[in-house]
Design a protein around this ligand. Structure first.
Ligand SMILES: NC(=O)c1ccc[n+]([C@@H]2O[C@H](COP(=O)([O-])OP(=O)(O)OC[C@H]3O[C@@H](n4cnc5c(N)ncnc54)[C@H](O)[C@@H]3O)[C@@H](O)[C@H]2O)c1
Ligand SMILES: O=C(O)[C@H]1O[C@H](OP(=O)(O)OP(=O)(O)OC[C@H]2O[C@@H](n3ccc(=O)[nH]c3=O)[C@H](O)[C@@H]2O)[C@H](O)[C@@H](O)[C@@H]1O
Length: 394
């Protein structure tokens, strides 16, 4: 009797274990089907990573087709209170067919750049830091928010990284939720101190991952990675512009970038500070050309990355001499110490932009410098064209 009892207990235990195992197997199958995870998920992810056709884009929010919603294109511009962003706002507002929302934390931008639109029924300005999530409904996102001048982005490098990584992640999350197309303003700094010249989009760059500029250039490289991962994994419609040095009216007078420094110094009667050795090169794009390029990229079919910049290449000494010739003939310069990791040469190959977007810059440096100087002179309260023995230049 005792042995029967023992066998019964044993078979009950065995039955219980079998039951648990079968139940577990069923639960896993059920969970898979609930979560819609295909059995070949690992393969699918690998295939996506290999650049196979991305998923269908997410459906736009139902709010956008509500009869109470405007028929205008609603465009979010992060960093829209800054230099390039505010010119982009002007252009998109002037089109008359858009509603524009600007989200900016005013770290390097200012409300003053947008004063023309504040109060306009198609315009909204939100004080918002992109490192925090943002809930708005929109059709397109131009994601510019990020300090761009080396002085500003090195001021709080951890914040710069957070802005590039968490900020881009938040904007991608927003784009995914509302089904918006998103454009990232990346930078020629992803090429670092380039060993290929001019730089094509295929070049992977020569970047110091632990240098003082890394918060910006590595930050932008991660932002580009995030854009492509969201594109492959979630089907997001992405656009990436690699912007090369852009200048024009409305830059911060004490922004610290070279064109604004030289013009402000020349107009204030100060000595222009050419950082050693002075033979390093940059290619300068006028802001109206840049805005044209960004809008064409957003409207076109190509994800990018696409270089947008003016291929005219100048040494810093040549730039100082151009400012002297065109802005203030009495201007002088001195050679000062440079900062670490300053790229020695930079010039965009714009074959892709020309072929795929039908875009090319139209404003030369000689035309653009005086236009910028006029704006700076007005803000500094000095007259321009400055009186000189040779008279006005244009
Ligand atoms: N101007 C150039 O030569 C150049 C070159 C390459 C790339 N870019 C890129 O273009 C974009 C605009 O550059 P810009 O020259 O107009 O610079 P900018 O500094 O004038 O504008 C950047 C704007 O972003 C805002 N911002 C910064 N951090 C933010 C945050 N955490 N949350 C919300 N807003 C924030 C600033 O307040 C500012 O209004 C940047 O993404 C920059 O990296 C510019
Ligand atoms: O276009 C780009 O991709 C990047 O270009 C710039 O970075 P950088 O080229 O270093 O811009 P500047 O600070 O204007 O410096 C340009 C050159 O001028 C020199 N410089 C700068 C300031 C100055 O007073 N004098 C001077 O000679 C620097 O040494 C450097 O060689 C921008 O600041 C970045 O936001 C942007 O992403």
């Amino acid at each position: 009797m005792q042995s029967y009892g023992f066998e019964l207990r044993l078979s009950l235990k065995f039955g219980f274990v079998c039951f648990i195992l079968i139940a577990n197997a069923l639960a896993v199958r059920e969970a898979r089907s609930i979560l819609l995870i295909p059995s070949n998920m690992a393969g699918a992810l690998a295939a996506n990573g290999d650049g196979t056709v991305p998923k269908t884009p997410p459906t736009p929010s139902p709010l956008r087709s509500s009869k109470y919603t405007t028929t205008k294109m609603r465009i979010l511009i992060t960093g829209g209170a800054g230099f390039i962003g505010s010119h982009l706002v002007d252009r998109l507002m002037e089109e008359g067919t858009n509603e524009v929302i600007v989200a900016d934390n005013f770290f390097s931008g200012t409300k003053d750049n947008l004063k023309r639109w504040i109060g306009h029924p198609n315009f909204e300005l939100i004080r918002h830091d992109v490192t925090e999530p943002l809930l708005v409904e929109c059709d397109q996102i131009y994601h510019l928010a990020c300090p761009a001048s080396p002085i500003f982005y090195k001021y709080n490098p951890v914040k710069t990284i957070k802005t590039n990584v968490m900020g881009t992640l938040n904007m991608l999350g927003l784009a995914k939720r509302v089904g918006a197309r998103i454009l990232l303003t990346s930078t020629s700094e992803v090429y670092g101190d380039p060993l290929q010249h001019p730089q094509t989009e295929e070049y992977w760059g020569n970047v110091n991952p632990i240098g003082v500029r890394s918060c910006y250039d590595e930050g932008k490289r991660v932002a580009e990675t995030l854009m492509f991962d969201y594109h492959r994994q979630h089907g997001l419609e992405i656009r990436i512009a690699r912007i090369f040095n852009t200048y024009g009216p409305r830059m911060n007078i004490d922004d610290g970038r070279v064109v604004s420094n030289f013009i402000a110094q020349a107009l204030r009667g100060e000595v222009m500070t050419v950082q050693a050795p002075g033979t390093q090169t940059r290619s300068f794009c006028y802001v109206s050309d840049m805005v044209d390029g960004l809008i064409k990229l957003m409207g076109g079919d190509n994800t990018g990355p696409i270089n947008i910049g003016n291929p005219g290449e100048f040494t810093m000494l040549e730039l100082a001499n151009a400012v002297k010739e065109l802005i203030e003939p009495s201007a002088t310069y001195k050679i000062v110490e440079n900062t670490p990791d300053d790229p020695r040469q930079r010039k965009p190959d714009i074959t892709k932009a020309t072929k795929l977007l039908g875009w090319a810059p139209t404003v030369s440096l000689r035309e653009g410098l005086p236009l910028m100087a006029e704006d700076f002179a007005q803000r500094l309260g000095v007259s321009f064209p400055l009186q000189s023995p040779r008279g006005p230049f244009f």
